[in-house]
Design a protein around this ligand. Structure first.
Ligand code: IPE
Ligand code: IPE
Ligand code: MG
Ligand code: MG
Ligand code: MG
Length: 301
């Protein structure tokens, strides 16, 4: 299977359509949910309904489709739940005790609008809600348990939290490439791998399919965080919907800081190529995922 070099317009249309499906499910789940505090209702909507790219969720839906030929109910739930956990991570990541950011998804951060305590509790709500939804809305108990296990492991102390702790600890220190990879893999790539795994599980993947999609997810996830670091240097705040140029000021351990821009770009490209290579067993069915790897490499926001 030769590498795809151009992101075609059909892919853009499909991405938009799949993003809409994620937004629709998220809205429906929120409308169904018992959130008795009217303030929390507002803050959850403020953060979750803001225009995120929904990439992890889309990845889950496409991984279900690649193994089963269609997007099913369980995958739609899994995709929405991944977005809840991801949004929680952003709300907490922006807090003054962490990255202290003022803008997110083109609007003032949750703590800037509603206060720090409410932002912490909004994040807590999104995280717990995600697991409640998995327990209640997935059709098959054995699938629900597998999804809970994947998500808890990726978002928890053996995944995103470990990465976030290491990210904060590394501020204003000289880090090795090994530590940098540890940070980015844990804080970001494992959630991408998890999204791929959750979608594949919903589609009834066999072990070989699951392993390949997990590997693909981990590679594009690491590439995604490298691109995030590059965009922090090269893009504008308007483009990103968050404040650009903050990583250098905060002394963050980033790929451009450690390797320089050119090597960082090359590394992201290598990861996209490697991600495409592990899709071989799916043949043309994986063309959308091949396009996704390229689109994430070329993204401008
Ligand atoms: C931002 O993720 C945090 C990172 C792991 C780089 P996204 O760039 O996916 O943010 P949204 O969801 O589109 O706002
Ligand atoms: C965020 O990484 C990773 C998680 C939220 C888990 P960053 O701190 O680089 O993300 P941005 O740049 O604030 O979106
Ligand atoms: Mg951070
Ligand atoms: Mg941040
Ligand atoms: Mg960043």
């Amino acid at each position: 299977m030769s590498a795809i070099k151009v992101v075609n317009s059909d892919f853009d249309t499909l991405l938009r359509r799949t993003t809409k499906l994620v937004n629709h499910t998220v809205r429906q789940l929120l409308a169904d949910q018992k959130i008795i505090d009217s303030n929390l209702k507002k803050t959850i909507k403020y953060t979750l309904a803001a225009p995120g790219k929904r990439i992890r969720s889309v990845l889950a839906l496409w991984c279900c489709e690649i193994v089963s030929g269609q997007i099913n109910h369980n995958a739609e739930i899994a995709a929405a739940v991944i977005e809840m956990v991801h949004t929680y991570s952003l709300v907490h990541d922006d807090l003054p005790a962490m990255d202290n950011d003022d803008f997110r998804r083109g609007q003032p951060t949750c703590h800037n609008v509603f206060g720090e305590a409410t932002a912490i509790l909004t994040g807590d709500s999104l995280l717990t809600l995600a697991f409640e939804v998995l327990a209640k809305k997935i059709d098959e108990p054995t699938i629900a348990i597998e999804l809970v296990s994947q998500l808890a492991e990726a978002a928890g102390p053996a995944g995103m939290i470990a990465g976030q702790i290491a990210d904060l600890k590394a501020e204003k220190t000289a880090v090795s490439r090994k530590i940098l990879q540890y940070i980015h893999t844990n804080k970001t790539a494992k959630m991408f791998r998890c999204a791929a795994a959750m979608g594949a599980i919903c589609g009834g993947a066999n072990a070989r399919q699951l392993n390949s999609l997990c590997e693909y997810g981990l590679k594009i996830g690491l590439g995604f965080q490298i691109a995030d670091d590059i965009l922090d240097v090269c893009a504008s705040s308007e483009q990103l919907g968050k404040t650009a140029g903050k990583d250098r000021k905060a002394g963050k351990a980033t790929y451009p800081a450690v390797l320089g821009l050119q090597k960082s770009r090359q590394l992201a490209k290598n990861l996209a190529d490697e991600a495409v290579a592990v899709l071989k067993l799916f043949g043309h069915k994986a063309d959308t995922l091949r396009q996704l790897a390229l689109a994430l490499l070329q993204r401008s926001k």
